[in-house]
Design a protein around this ligand. Structure first.
Ligand code: ARG
Length: 569
C-alpha cells in the first residue's frame, strides 16, 4: 500500500474518532514540499460545510495525529491546511514493503471489468502508415495498463476488410487482367499497387467508383467469384499486417474484421425496422439522431451495401452478446469522433448493449516540422517501415559499431529495441488527444525526455548492480536525496491509477522520466560503490534495484523493451 493510502486510513480513523465526516479525510502530495510531504485540506472543506473555524478543526486533527510516531512534523498553516511530514523510518519501511512485492505495492482493482479494446484498425491492401502507428502504440499501452490494473481485456484489431476499397481493388484487377483468374497469385506489394491505382482512378473516374460500389455490394451479398478472390486479398494482407504488429509488439486477442459483422449487420437492420427506428431516404436505410444537426446514420447504402457505420454498430452487438463486454474502448484518430458519437447513440437507441460503457480515445495527428501530417523526405506517405528504418539510422549514430563482448547481432538487436522505444516514447509522452511534431533531431537521443534516456537509466542501474556484487539490505533514509527518491517511488500506484482512469499513457511517461531524473540526483549524492558504511550501501543497492524494476515496469506498460545493457559511442 502506498504512503498516501496509509495516510488516508490514518486520517479516516482520526476523523471518525473526532466525529468528523470522513469523506474529507484524504491527503495529497504536498503543494509545498518545503513545508511537508503531504497535505490534507479536509478541515477547510469541513469548516465550509459545518460553518466552523477551519484552523480549529485542523488543530484538533493535528493533536490526534501527533500521537502517531509515523509523523515527524505536523503543522496547521494558512487558513487551515494540515501539513504532514513523515518520519524517515516510516518511509523506509514502506519502501521495504514495496521492494518485497512483485507489484511494488500497487493493488489490483476491486471491480474488475471485461473490457474490449478496439485498436489497430488496419485495412486490406494498405501498408501501415504513421496514423496507424498511434493507434497501435497508444492502444497497446492502454491495454497493458488495464491488464495490470486487474481488468479482463480482450483486444480486437477490427480489420477493415469489407468496405468499398474491396470493390475498388477487385474492379482494378478486372480492368487490368480482364478477370480475377490471377488474383490468388498476387502478393502484398502487388495488391497494394492495385489499390493505389484503383484509388487514383476512382478519384477521377466516377464510373470506376460506381463500379467499385457495385462490386462491393455484390461481394457482400455473396457473389462467389468476388468472394473467393476477396479471401486471398484478405489473407495476404492480414499476414503482412501481423508482421507489422509483431515488430511493434502490439498484442491482439482477436483478429476479427468488419466482414465478421456481416450477419449481425443484417440483424441490426431488421431490428431497427421492427422498432420503427429507421426510415428509407433516397434508397438508403437511415436512422435520424436526436440532434438533427448531426448527419443521420446510414444502415444500408442506396446500392444495398453495408457501410462503416452499421458495421461498427453490429460489432458492438456482437461484443456485448458474444464477448460479454462491459466496456468498449476505441483508440482511433480523433477526426472520427462524430462517427463514434453517431454509432454510440444508435446503439443506445436500439438497446443493443445495455449498461455497456463506451469511450472513443481520439488521438491527434503526427506532424512534420511544417505542422502538416508527417511525410517522408520526398513528400510521400510515411509508412511504418520507413519510420522504423529512419529511427534505426538515428539510433546507430549513438551506438558503437563494435564492442567487446558483443556480437554484431547483439548490437543490432539493441539498436532495434532502442529505435522502437524511441518512436513509442515520443508518441506516448504527448497527451493522446493532441497531435505532436515528430522531433526528427531529438527523439532518439540518449539524453532528454526520450525512450533511450529511460532505457539508458535502466542499463546504468544494471551495471551498478553488477559491479557492486553486494546484496541489498533494509532500506534506510539517511539523506535528502534518498528521501526524495522514496517519495517519488511511492507515487507509482497513484500514477498508474490515473493513467488507467484517464486512459492516458502520457501520465506514465511523465512519471517515468521524472523518476529517472530523481534517481540520477540520488545517485550523484549517495555513493554506492564508495560507501564505507555497509548498511547504507546495502540500502542504496536495494533502492536502486527497486527503481530499476519500476522503470522496467513503466516501460513495459508503454510497450517498450529495456535492453539489459546499453552501449554508447
Ligand atoms: N479501418 C478504419 C480506418 O482506417 C479504422 C477502424 C477503427 N475502428 C473502428 N471500430 N471503427 O479508418
Amino acid at each position: 500500500m502506498s504512503l498516501e493510502n496509509i495516510l488516508n486510513k490514518k486520517l479516516q480513523t482520526v476523523f471518525n474518532n473526532l466525529g468528523l465526516d470522513s469523506k474529507f479525510a484524504f491527503v495529497k502530495v504536498s503543494d509545498r514540499p518545503d513545508l511537508s510531504d503531504f497535505q490534507c485540506n479536509g478541515a477547510l472543506a469541513l469548516a465550509k460545510a459545518e460553518r466552523k473555524n477551519p484552523r480549529e478543526i485542523a488543530a484538533n486533527i493535528a493533536s490526534e495525529l501527533e500521537k502517531d510516531n509515523d509523523f515527524s512534523k505536523i503543522s496547521v498553516d494558512g487558513p487551515g491546511f494540515l501539513n504532514l511530514t513523515l518520519s524517515d523510518d516510516f518511509i523506509a519501511n514502506s519502501m521495504d514493503v514495496a521492494a518485497d512485492d512483485e507489484r511494488f505495492g500497487v493493488e489490483k482493482t476491486s471491480h474488475p471489468r471485461r473490457i474490449v479494446m478496439d485498436f489497430g484498425g488496419p485495412n486490406v491492401a494498405k501498408a501501415l502508415h504513421v496514423g496507424h502507428l498511434r493507434s497501435a502504440v497508444i492502444g497497446e499501452s492502454i491495454r497493458r495498463i488495464e491488464v495490470f490494473a486487474g481488468h479482463d481485456v480482450i483486444s480486437d484489431v477490427h480489420f477493415g476488410d469489407w468496405g468499398t476499397q474491396m470493390g475498388m481493388i477487385l474492379g482494378e484487377i478486372i480492368l487490368q487482367d480482364g478477370n480475377l483468374a490471377k488474383t490468388t497469385s498476387y502478393n502484398i506489394d502487388e495488391i497494394s499497387n492495385f489499390y493505389k491505382q484503383a484509388n487514383a482512378r476512382c478519384k477521377e473516374d466516377e464510373k470506376a467508383k460506381e463500379e467499385a460500389r457495385r462490386i462491393t455490394a455484390e461481394l457482400q451479398s455473396g457473389h462467389e467469384e468476388y468472394y473467393n478472390a476477396w479471401q486471398h486479398l484478405r489473407k495476404v494482407s492480414l499476414e503482412a499486417i501481423k508482421k507489422n504488429y509483431e515488430v511493434l509488439d502490439a498484442h491482439f486477442d482477436l483478429w476479427l474484421g468488419e466482414s465478421d459483422a456481416h450477419k449481425a449487420s443484417e440483424e441490426v437492420v431488421k431490428l431497427a425496422k421492427e422498432q420503427g427506428a429507421s426510415e428509407v431516404d433516397a434508397g438508403a436505410t437511415i436512422i435520424r439522431l436526436a440532434d438533427d444537426s448531426k448527419p443521420p446514420v446510414i444502415l444500408v447504402k442506396s446500392d444495398g451495401g453495408f457501410g462503416y457505420q452499421v458495421t461498427d454498430i453490429a460489432t458492438i452487438k456482437m461484443r456485448y452478446e458474444d464477448l460479454k463486454a462491459q466496456e468498449i474502448l476505441y483508440v482511433v484518430d480523433k477526426r472520427q469522433s462524430l462517427h463514434f458519437e453517431q454509432v454510440f447513440e444508435v446503439v443506445e437507441k436500439l438497446g443493443l448493449a445495455p449498461n455497456v460503457k463506451f469511450k472513443h480515445i481520439g488521438f491527434g495527428t503526427v506532424n512534420g516540422a511544417d505542422g502538416k501530417p508527417f511525410k517522408t523526405r520526398d513528400g510521400g506517405v510515411m509508412n511504418l517501415e520507413d519510420l522504423i528504418t529512419m529511427s534505426l539510422d538515428k539510433v546507430k549514430e549513438s551506438l558503437p559499431e563494435t564492442a567487446d563482448g558483443y556480437t554484431a547481432e547483439d548490437i543490432e538487436k539493441m539498436a532495434k529495441q532502442i529505435a522502437i522505444g524511441a518512436i513509442k516514447f515520443q508518441d506516448l509522452k504527448n497527451n493522446t488527444a493532441s497531435g505532436y511534431i515528430f522531433e526528427l533531431e531529438d527523439f532518439a537521443k540518449f539524453e532528454g525526455k526520450t525512450g533511450p534516456y529511460i532505457q539508458y537509466a535502466i542499463a546504468r542501474i544494471n551495471s551498478i548492480l553488477r559491479k557492486s556484487k553486494m546484496n541489498g539490505g533494509n532500506i534506510r533514509i539517511t539523506n535528502k536525496e534518498e528521501r526524495d527518491l522514496a517519495l517519488k517511488i511511492d507515487q507509482l500506484g497513484a500514477v498508474i491509477n490515473r493513467a488507467e482512469a484517464e486512459k492516458e499513457p502520457s501520465v506514465i511517461a511523465e512519471y517515468t522520466y521524472s523518476l529517472a531524473q530523481v534517481f540520477s540526483s540520488f545517485y550523484n549524492a549517495s555513493p554506492i560503490m564508495n560507501e564505507t558504511n555497509v548498511e547504507k550501501a546495502a540500502s542504496r543497492i536495494r533502492l536502486a534495484k527497486l527503481v530499476r524494476d519500476i522503470l522496467r515496469l513503466n516501460l513495459y506498460l508503454m510497450g517498450i523493451e529495456a535492453p539489459e545493457a546499453m552501449l554508447k559511442k
